[in-house]
Design a protein around this ligand. Structure first.
Ligand code: GLU
Length: 479
């Protein structure tokens, strides 16, 4: 049987990074196994679910590179793919359990249920349902009430034995007996309840593996009871460890943005976010830490999940972003910068080759493409900051000699930029004519032409700096 997995977000907000990570794992598992990835929208909470959120979440998933084989937009043969459109199915399946004697109609009022709970707590019993409708002898009365148009909830008769789950990540989990009482499948207003919808859908959509966050482990016991009631095989359960902050607390906004759209707005590369999220709780068989979805898919498997919670570290993510940035084609980055920088900026007047050369040079030093802008601005700065380091270099007798030489050479340049070859000739001449070499040569030239004692390779940087700026810097130094 080929693998069928699903990502089942609730459209009650933006796509959370934890949800994105679950989606990535499901996507990779489907790809690695030639399986099918399904998007199921879990919008049974009618008050909190919004179609706008569904649209935004789908757009973020797409931005991350996650495509679905079956979804509301691309229905397969197991639809509909939105739970709000499957109410009839849930009612039918709930009725099947009633007919089998495994569920019953419950007409207790909220006040009665509350009183029941209180009594149990006072008597030191677990607050399980013990209302009269549980008792078969009232089931006929229940039918009469229904026939008279009264609305009742459908409640499942929870089995009180213990259950064992062999989770692919967590191993053998024993749920002791008597843990949950009879639980509602369909509310008296006709609304189905999450655990029930989830089981009916996973069963009907022929889901083979449920890969989801560990926070859903507490739902699994009820879900196991329901699979049993339907005589269905429970899918392989893969509960992935939770994301936590570097203070080991539950991940929250304190630790950085928690929704994918914010990373998108801050111009993270989607492949970097995917790469980083994938490594939170899963590791590459060859311990690689930089890869794309396409590269990782063939080696993805369920055996490399870690049981311990994964620490979300935004600094590491930024580093990963920088690694991916270096791999992006310079032409694409030029396009991104063209779109990003205000239309009146001098950047737009520069030749294309200049833009490409700047990107090639500076992208090694940045983590986000827009961080290139201060580097570009610096190419135009004529300012000389005379700090201690600089004063020391200026105190060497060779430095003014170099500056004077460069000033003369620059006077002869009539173009807007100087060629790298010309710059190399200057270096040769300083060596042969001024007899300056080594550190005094390199530092003297650097300080004279850039005003700084460190920076990128001079023969790449100088041809990108406007000649009038170079002239001004040398002049500043000599005065
Ligand atoms: N709708 C649930 C959520 O958004 C997912 C449930 C599941 O994967 O079983 O957390």
């Amino acid at each position: 049987m080929s693998a069928r997995v699903r990502f089942a977000p609730s459209p009650t907000g933006y796509l959370h990074i934890g949800g994105a990570r679950t989606a990535i794992y499901n996507y990779l598992f489907a790809k690695a196994n030639n399986g099918t990835l399904i998007l199921r929208i879990e919008d049974t909470d009618l008050e909190r679910s919004k179609r706008e959120y569904e649209v935004l979440q789908v757009a973020d998933l797409k931005w991350l590179g996650i495509e679905f084989d079956e979804s509301p937009e691309k229905p397969g043969k197991y639809g509909p793919y939105r739970q709000s459109e499957r109410t009839d199915i849930y009612l039918k399946y709930a009725q099947m359990l009633v007919d089998k004697g495994l569920a019953y109609y419950d007409f207790c009022t909220d006040a009665e249920l509350e009183a029941m709970k209180e009594r149990a707590t006072q008597e030191g019993r677990p607050p399980h349902y013990d209302g009269k409708w549980k008792n078969e002898k009232y089931w006929e009365e229940a039918q009469a009430k229904l026939a008279a148009g009264e609305k009742g909830a459908i409640r499942f008769k929870a089995s009180q034995k213990s259950y064992i789950l062999n989770d692919r990540v967590r191993g053998r989990i024993v749920f002791p007996e008597n843990m949950v009482g009879d639980f509602v499948l369909i509310r008296s207003n006709g609304q189905p309840v999450y655990n029930f919808c989830c089981v009916v859908d996973d069963m009907l959509m022929k889901i083979t593996h449920v890969i989801r966050g560990e926070d859903h482990l507490s739902n699994t016991l009820r879900q196991m009871m329901l699979y049993e009631a339907f005589d269905a095989t429970i899918p392989e359960m893969v509960h992935v460890s939770l994301l936590i902050g570097n203070d080991r607390q539950k991940l929250s906004k304190r630790h950085g943005a928690t929704s994918v759209n914010l990373y998108r707005e801050e111009s993270y590369a989607p492949q970097a976010l995917v790469n980083y999220l994938c490594l939170l709780g899963w590791s590459h068989p060859e311990e690689k830490d930089i890869f794309t979805l396409q590269e990782i898919a063939p080696v993805f498997n369920l055996d490399r999940f870690s049981k311990s919670p994964a620490i979300y570290d935004i600094e590491k993510l930024k580093w990963v972003n920088g690694q991916h940035l270096r791999k992006i084609d310079n032409e694409i980055l030029v396009k991104q910068l063209d779109a990003f920088i205000d239309s009146g900026h001098w950047f737009h007047k520069q030749p294309h080759d200049w833009k490409i050369a700047c990107i090639a040079l500076f992208k090694e030093q940045i983590q986000f493409f827009q961080e290139i802008i201060p580097h570009l601005e610096a190419l135009h700065s004529k300012e000389l900051v005379r700090d201690e380091k600089l004063n020391e270099i200026l105190s060497w007798p060779t430095t003014p000699q170099i500056a004077a030489f460069l000033s003369k050479e620059l006077e002869q340049i009539k173009t807007h930029y100087v060629e790298a070859a010309t710059f190399n000739q200057w270096m040769d001449k300083i060596k042969t004519e001024l007899k300056i070499k080594g550190k005094p040569l390199f530092m003297g030239v650097r300080v004279s032409l850039t005003g700084h004692d460190h920076g990128p390779e001079l023969n790449q940087l100088i041809p990108l700096t406007p000649v009038d700026v170079l002239k001004a810097r040398v002049k500043n130094l000599l005065t």
